[in-house]
Write a protein that binds this ligand. Sequence first.
Ligand SMILES: [Mn+2]
Length: 314
Amino acid sequence: MNKDPLILNMLGAPLDLGADNLGVDLGPKALRYHDMVAKLEHAGLSIKDLGDIDCRDRQKLDPGNPRMHYLDEIIRVNQLIAESTEMVIKNREKIVVIGGDHSIDLGAVSGASVALGGNLALIYIDAHGDMNTDETTLTGNIHGMHVASLLGFGASELKDLHGPNIKIDKNNFLHIGGSDFDQAEIELVNQQKLNTFTLLDLLKNGMAPLLDKIDELSSRIPNVWVSLDLDSIDQIYAPGAGMPNAKGLTYREIATIAEYIGINCSVVGLDVVEYNPLQDQDYKTAELAIELTAKFFGKNYNWYTNYLDRNKVN
Ligand SMILES: [Mn+2]
């Protein structure tokens, strides 16, 4: 494991307007309270804290367009996120963006893609597809649409955020851990031949074919953005996810995926989203989010490193 300090910028995006449930706006504050900065520093990452973006409260806003709720504010916040990720990656530093709901991924990936002239792969870990458009959405919630936007589908307001180019070429996309795709999302995956490795694939074929897919992608496109929706993880390990998942990835599976990506890919940025501290149990999910963040950047932080620290011989 690489012991060199690595500069990691940290940006909080306490946006909850892309979703319905109360609490994901508290994610950045709760992770900071749980010492995310100190713990990542301890893991060997040198943190530059960019603070939290000011997000407006839904009580003060009109949902507006019924097919894209709170569109204007979501675009405003995502534009700010995109400017941050673009600047950081142009400076050849790395960044973790902490949600908030998953719609913050739109700005995060858009800024990274622009910084790299579109030469960016996206590894997307989520129980859901997030590939609806304003035409196929069943809820009007934008946290279910931004992947389609990044791939160049759906409403121009979303897909043209931070510039008109397609942010992620569909051949440079890998979706991991899906178990709940909507019909329209299944059709998009099939029509566009999108690269997915679902929970069923994992249970049927094991981890090896997934690791091969990660290798293939990162050998072709060296710069990788990782998006981690905590609802991809089983609720036993991640009770504090926006939509807790009774059939998600085990701790062993997600920790291995994160470790493998951290060692074998050049991860330029990560977003960790849908953390809901109101549903967490003893900060279990927060602790896991911190551990996985360290692992995605090739470092380690877990109960064992803590055990070693506590029992160090002087
Ligand atoms: Mn999601």
